[in-house]
Design a protein around this ligand. Structure first.
Ligand code: GLN
Length: 275
């Protein structure tokens, strides 16, 4: 079987998923160890029996709605390549808006906290792209932290990782900037999301009846961990700005909405009021 024939037959087997051709290409590129865009130049290349069998197995996993990024094990974020597996949420392009908003406020010597770091993308990207910023990243999940540490080691990012429930592991510490992409999906949506999202850790997705549980806790606890004038930046669901703004307004000034690359509300930025 040639590369082109393999792609056509995989596309057919993946017809029920959102982007069958694209995923067929990513999976074959992964099996052959090539960049996806090189496949077309090799479309008449013959696959070995071993390559055919390996491809077949990956296409079967994807047909069963396992997320592409868990199968190929990596996903870019902010131009950096991150390892991805079921220990943590898959990095989303939307979250780059949050990272960029944080980068715009950071300069060397500042202390930044990434709460609910998951696979480590925010803390690691801040550390790599703003050298000299002291980055701490926390998560309640030991599995997620293990993955985040692997990512920090692979990318050479000097991030301090701490484990615990929200601010518990940074008791008594203050920061110049806190960034977080916490869980924010209402619990009732569990079982009703896209099949791939349901394969991601529930711990990283669901946040109580209205999806606001973590924003409530962060609004209450973040002021005690921010220097006066320090910044809080949160990823939000696209309909959550008014609710999160209301939660933050007692202790924060200059509450601003930032949209993602699709033009959807995605980030809330706020400055801690002076006491
Ligand atoms: N943006 C993710 C999704 O909609 C949710 C991530 C989160 O809860 N922080 O699948």
């Amino acid at each position: 079987m040639t590369v082109l024939e393999a792609l056509n037959s995989a596309e057919e087997r993946l017809r029920h998923i959102p982007d069958p051709r694209l995923d067929a290409e990513y999976l074959l590129a992964h099996v052959l160890g090539l960049p996806r865009l090189n496949l077309l130049m090799e479309k008449r290349r013959l696959l070995s029996p071993r390559e055919t069998a390996a491809y077949d197995a990956l296409v079967a996993r994807r047909a069963g709605r396992e997320p592409l990024q868990y199968i190929i094990g990596q996903q870019p974020f902010m131009g950096l390549s991150f390892r991805t597996d079921p220990r943590a949420l898959i990095p989303r392009n939307d979250t780059e808006a949050l990272c960029e908003a944080a980068l715009a406020l950071l300069s060397p010597g500042m202390r930044a906290l990434d709460l609910c770091t998951g696979s480590g993308i925010l803390g690691i990207a801040l550390s790599k792209l703003r050298p000299g910023v002291q980055v701490t990243a926390s998560d309640i999940s030991a599995d997620a932290l293990a993955l985040a540490r692997e990512n920090a080691d692979a990318l050479g990012a000097p991030v301090r990782f701490v484990q615990g429930d929200l601010f518990a592991p940074v008791n008594g510490e203050t920061f110049d900037l806190i960034v977080s992409n916490p869980p924010y999906i209402p619990a009732a949506l569990r079982g009703k999301l896209q099949a791939e999202v349901e394969r991601e850790p529930a711990l990283a997705l669901f946040a109580g009846a209205d999806g606001l549980d973590f924003y409530r806790r962060i609004a209450r606890e973040a002021p005690g961990h921010l220097a006066p004038g320090g910044w809080l930046l949160l990823e939000i669901g696209d309909d959550q700005f008014p609710a999160v703004q209301a939660l933050l307004s007692p202790a924060f000034d200059g509450i601003t909405l930032i949209r993602d690359m699709n033009g959807l509300p995605r980030v809330i930025r706020a400055e801690r009021k002076p006491i």
